[in-house]
Design a protein around this ligand. Structure first.
Ligand code: V47
Length: 349
């Protein structure tokens, strides 16, 4: 049986200079859980709006209002048309995450789900709304997370994406995203989702002003919640991209620190089965390299449907990959690509 690592052991792993050791350690865990498989899915994203009340200093995507250049807010007919354009037969998931729009109330978000459900085949899973968006729906409607999540579930949501977690440490959080749901609230919303039988993911935004200790503290908070609910499927380390945002002056961290963070996430999160390497943010080469440092999932085909990372300077300006491209990333590392649905059931071809 594997031994659980504590915070100080995790910190010593960061100090480990031999990258082969970290690679071997993370790989032995990823292979114990996932064998030689690298998971991917066929999916598209829907980002209904980028007009947001929150002023997160890492965000290159937000706009203050609908008249600002680069702002968008999709109305129902545009969402319908967008689903028709982006959906392709064989897709199994739509990933929905946007913003907290100052003038949209809960009925707008419910309607987004109703439109998606009526446009897409029943076998397409709706993975919708980050905990920050759910928190806002609760605030504007006076409802509890349980009530909002139950209603979303009734309308067709089966899973929550992992966004909005950023970094849980309260000092860092106050500095980079002062006015949004705090760590306790983010965790409570995921706890409530898991209780209702919804699956979810978790993220961590790293490579800005946080320390290694802050990252480890974040991972341990996720591990603790997973011990009690078992509802997280995947953890996604999100590398801070520095273009066009108020933290641009920080630049980006080096590749060794990125790979260490993937490996240490794999080791600390011994109860979360999947570590996702999100290629639209990392680019294809770095995504492939993370497969040797604990990652087992490379997300999906995406079909040029997300702007969050291209607006922040990611190389992939119109992210799209075929199943064949995704399979060759896995094969290059000696792994076998396996298509999955949103719940990691293998999709047989
Ligand atoms: O919460 C925003 C991050 C997140 C930047 O669940 C940035 O499968 C880096 O949650 N540099 C939203 N990151 C995206 C998200 C996600 C992505 C992929 C898969 C899944 C999943 C979830 O994007 C935000 C924030 O942490 N983000 N701006 C930036 N400049």
């Amino acid at each position: 049986m594997r031994k659980r690592v504590n915070a100080s052991q995790a910190l010593s792993l960061y100090e480990e200079q031999d990258m082969n050791v970290l690679s071997l350690l993370a790989t032995s865990i990823r292979e114990e859980i996932n064998g030689k498989r690298v998971w991917y899915n066929r999916n598209f994203h829907l980002e209904p709006s980028n007009v947001c009340i929150h002023r997160c200093s890492f965000c290159s995507y937000r706009r203050e209002n609908d008249s600002e250049p680069g702002a968008w807010t999709m109305e129902p007919n545009e969402i319908r048309e967008y689903c028709r354009t982006k959906y392709e037969p064989g897709m199994t998931e739509v990933h929905v995450v946007g913003s907290v729009h100052p003038q949209k109330d809960i009925s707008y978000y419910y309607n987004v789900i109703d439109i998606i459900r009526s446009e897409l085949p029943a076998e397409v899973t709706i993975k919708a709304f980050s905990a920050v968006e759910i928190d806002d729906m609760c605030r504007s409607s006076g409802k509890s997370p349980q009530e909002v999540l139950s209603e979303l579930k009734k309308r067709g949501v089966s899973a929550l994406p992992g966004g909005g977690a950023e970094i849980f440490n309260s000092e860092i959080r106050k500095s980079i995203c002062p006015d949004k749901a705090d760590a306790g609230r983010w965790l409570d919303i995921h706890r409530a989702a898991h209780k209702l039988g919804l699956r979810s993911n978790a993220t961590m935004l790293f490579g800005h002003i946080e320390s290694r200790e802050n990252r480890i503290e974040h991972l341990i908070a996720l591990r603790d919640l997973q011990d009690s609910t078992g509802g997280f499927d995947a953890f996604i380390p999100l590398l801070f991209k520095s273009a066009n945002n108020p933290m641009s002056h920080l630049g980006e961290i080096d590749i060794i620190e990125i790979l260490k963070t993937f490996a240490i996430s794999r080791v600390v999160l011994d109860n979360i089965p999947h570590i996702k390497s999100y290629w639209p943010m990392l680019g294809r080469e770095l995504c492939q390299l993370t497969l040797l440092y604990g990652a087992d999932d490379i997300d999906g085909t995406v079909n040029n449907s997300t702007k969050i990372y291209s607006m922040a300077g990611a190389q992939e300006s119109s992210p799209s990959m075929s199943a064949v491209d995704l399979e060759s990333i896995a094969a290059g590392c000696g792994y076998q690509a396996a298509e999955r649905d949103s719940f990691y059931n293998e999709v047989k071809k």
